[in-house]
Design a protein around this ligand. Structure first.
Ligand SMILES: *Cc1c(COP(=O)(O)O)cnc(C)c1O
Length: 371
């Protein structure tokens, strides 16, 4: 390690999505079911509209709108609609837009813990980016386990972890519904989050809101220490464009605006997000079908021997083989061209098209039968 670098960074691995198996099918015939995207691209006429907006409305030589004005207003309207809130309750002053919600997570870390004594708390297994981004900023991560069967948070364990953390906990991250385990926060967990002292910021990551329809956005209006993050990468089919947003009390939004990069979101991505919001009815109309596919796949997987599949409030399933290791099953699936995520002692399987889901089922049957 060269001497000008921070020694702790030597231990980290860069975030990398695994490439397809070298001895598996060619990458263009692999079912990509490891990143929880929507299996459908934008409809062709919306793509054409977006291309038109690039040609007619975007000056490539000009910086993007660094204030995200139009996009923030459109997001605020969507948030009100999505949470059934009163007209005008959420405005652009509650919204901060990021280059993916990953950027917002980093901004939140900088705003709460960076440069001073502060730790974050996560309940494992959960989304890995919180811990990864915290560590790159030198921020300690307090990890508490979830119940191994229900994946509920052990509230007493969390209270003890907060009370005994050598560095004070400033932020708690919860995914609603959680990734990889697909369970939504329970009323009991929400009560516990509501009771946290206001010197701890509660971050509720609603990346899968459009699938679960569970939201805590109303809490942003009544609690100074509550922020919700969401993304255009999943239900809105814009993972290629990297757009995420946070909904927070204006005092917090102002700080998030201070710590982000000035032109963090390219003009083309802003145009894509506005287009997706304007056509949300059409884009989100696919969700009932995806949920029906999820029910169907889950019911089929539940009949497999030596295999456990959990209920899901999102567009993916969490499952675990009981007679072989998840790693072996994962590798067999890869060789068959079904690319899922091996994570936290199990497999996270994205719901794809009906054809992909039926291949997932066939491939799992074959892979488990190999013994
Ligand atoms: C996919 C996902 C996101 C989205 O991240 P982006 O940076 O917006 O693409 C955020 N949180 C969780 C838990 C996710 O699974």
């Amino acid at each position: 390690m060269v001497s000008f670098l921070r020694p702790d960074l030597a231990e980290f691995a860069a975030y990398r999505v695994q490439p397809p198996a070298a001895d598996g099918p060619p990458s263009n015939s692999v079912d990509v079911l490891d990143t929880n995207e929507c299996p459908y691209d934008l409809p062709a006429e919306l793509k054409a509209k977006l291309a038109w907006s690039y040609q007619q409305e975007i000056a490539a030589n000009r910086y993007p709108d660094g204030g995200h004005g139009g996009l923030k207003s459109a997001i605020a309207d969507y948030v009100i609609e999505s949470a059934d809130l009163g007209k005008g309750t959420i405005g652009p002053e509650h919204i901060s837009v990021g280059n993916g919600s990953d950027e917002l997570i980093r901004s939140l870390l900088i705003a709460t813990c960076g440069g001073r004594e502060g730790a974050i708390l996560v309940a494992s297994p959960t989304f890995s980016m919180y811990g990864i981004l915290a560590q790159t900023l030198g921020i300690p991560v307090v990890t508490v386990p979830r119940d191994p069967i229900t994946f509920a948070v052990d509230e007493e364990g969390v209270a003890a972890a907060i009370a005994t953390s050598p560095v004070p906990v400033r932020m708690v991250f919860m995914v609603h519904p959680n990734s990889p385990t697909a369970n939504a926060l329970t009323p009991g967990e929400l009560d516990w989050l509501h009771q946290l002292p206001t010197n701890i910021l509660v971050v509720v990551d609603e990346a899968y809101f459009e699938f679960s329809q569970h939201t805590t956005v109303a809490d942003v209006l009544t609690r100074p220490n509550w922020v919700v993050t969401r993304t255009f990468s999943k239900a809105f089919r814009l993972a290629a464009h990297r757009v995420g947003y946070g909904i927070a009390p204006p005092t917090l939004t102002q700080v998030l605006e201070k710590v982000r990069l000035p032109y963090n979101l390219p003009s083309f991505s802003q145009a894509a997000a506005r287009l997706a919001l304007a056509h949300r009815q059409e884009l989100l109309a696919i969700i009932p079908e995806l949920l029906a596919q999820r029910q169907h796949l889950q019911a089929a997987l539940a009949t497999l021997e030596d295999f456990i599949v959990w209920p899901s409030a999102a567009n993916f399933l969490y499952a675990r083989p009981t007679a072989i290791s998840p790693e072996i099953l994962f590798t067999r699936l890869r060789h068959q061209g079904t690319h899922v995520r091996h994570i936290s002692g199990g497999l996270r399987i994205t719901i794809g098209t009906p054809e992909e889901n039926s291949r997932t089922l066939d491939h799992l049957r074959q892979a488990l039968a190999e013994g």
